[in-house]
Write a protein that binds this ligand. Structure first.
Ligand SMILES: O=C(O)CCC(=O)C(=O)O
Ligand SMILES: [Fe+2]
Length: 308
């Protein structure tokens, strides 16, 4: 759906342009990263944040799994905490649309700042912090957060449930925290590591239009001309995955038994630690803001507290 606000014309133009793109284009990956990293300035933003880091990097930063493999699974909270937080969020609330231009993504509004802070404190553990610090080489901020509910379905897989990478700069991470257990829903998320994803990238599959995505790993392997081993994460309640969404192919596993609740955090380099960035209201609201700024320097303004 195209919103009838100041972002409408730009979105319409982008959609039209994408309509004429070829399905497989080996140059597209480079173009997308050039657009985000150089043109929009997200690489320079990372350099800016690195220069302002006030604490030492972990000695083994280069060996962090999120750096070498592109993803890592880690338990972040107990099943009891996950259940308690989910209950607190869903109390007196109905699910609603999470993004202004997508009817497919639904979840709970996170309108209570104290509860948001509790969710983030419980998710961004010391182990997650070490991985993020190793990857960014800087502090990091929560750029957006969302709590989604995916219901069991026999309908054809929606776009996040087919193999894809998320468009965005190199320097961004996603943390998915599963708030209920695999035994309740039978869903999760699958990943290819960086090496496997790079095989597929050479085919030109990356960043194609949503309806060109496949849910078949065998089809990806055929295209890549190499065997691909996916890691199917069947999460326990309170488990998380931290991954490089722009470089690691991933696909949701559709729940079969019941709804799957996931807290998703998008993380970006920051000159300030995440708590301070959050307190300054530097994050965007997925329901009203376009996902990516045209110019990464906009983040500086948001961190100065000028955004609201
Ligand atoms: O919901 C999932 O399991 C996958 C979601 C996804 O593609 C993402 O968070 O980038
Ligand atoms: Fe994704």
């Amino acid at each position: 759906m195209i919103p009838l606000n100041r972002h409408g014309p730009g979105i319409l133009l982008r959609k039209l342009k994408r309509w004429f793109e070829p399905d497989l284009d080996p140059h597209r990956v480079g173009k997308v990263f050039d657009e985000f990293d150089r043109v929009r300035g997200f690489a320079a933003w990372q350099d800016h944040c690195r220069a302002r880091l006030q604490r030492p990097l972990p000695d083994d930063a280069a060996q962090a799994a999120v750096v070498t493999e592109g993803f890592t699974t880690l338990p972040v909270m107990s099943a009891a905490s996950a259940a308690e937080l989910l209950a607190a969020v869903s109390r007196d609330q109905e699910v609603e649309r999470l993004k202004r231009d997508s009817a497919k993504l639904e979840g709970y509004e996170l309108g209570n700042p104290a509860l948001v802070r509790r969710l983030l404190e419980a998710s961004l553990t010391d182990a997650v912090d070490r991985q993020c610090l190793s990857f960014f080489g800087s502090e990091y901020m929560v750029y957006w957060y969302a709590l989604s509910r995916t219901s069991p379905s026999n309908a054809p897989a929606s776009v996040s449930f087919r193999w894809h990478c998320d468009k965005g700069p190199h320097a961004h991470l996603k943390l998915l925290v599963y708030l209920n257990d695999y035994s309740e829903h039978g869903g999760g998320t699958s990943y290819l590591n960086l090496a496997g994803s790079a095989h597929v990238a050479r085919t030109g599959y990356m960043f194609a239009r949503g309806r060109r995505r496949t849910d078949s790993l065998a089809e990806l392997a055929r295209m890549a001309g190499s065997e691909l081993a996916a890691y199917d994460h069947h999460p326990q309640a309170g488990d998380a995955v931290l991954f490089q969404p722009a470089r690691v192919l991933h696909s949701g596993i559709t729940p079969r038994r019941g709804p799957r609740y996931v807290l998703a955090l998008c993380l970006l380099p920051s000159p300030l630690p995440w708590r301070e960035a959050l307190a300054r209201g530097a994050h965007i609201d997925l329901r009203t803001d376009p996902i990516w700024h045209d110019d990464a320097r906009e983040l500086e303004k948001r961190l100065a507290g000028a955004a609201r």
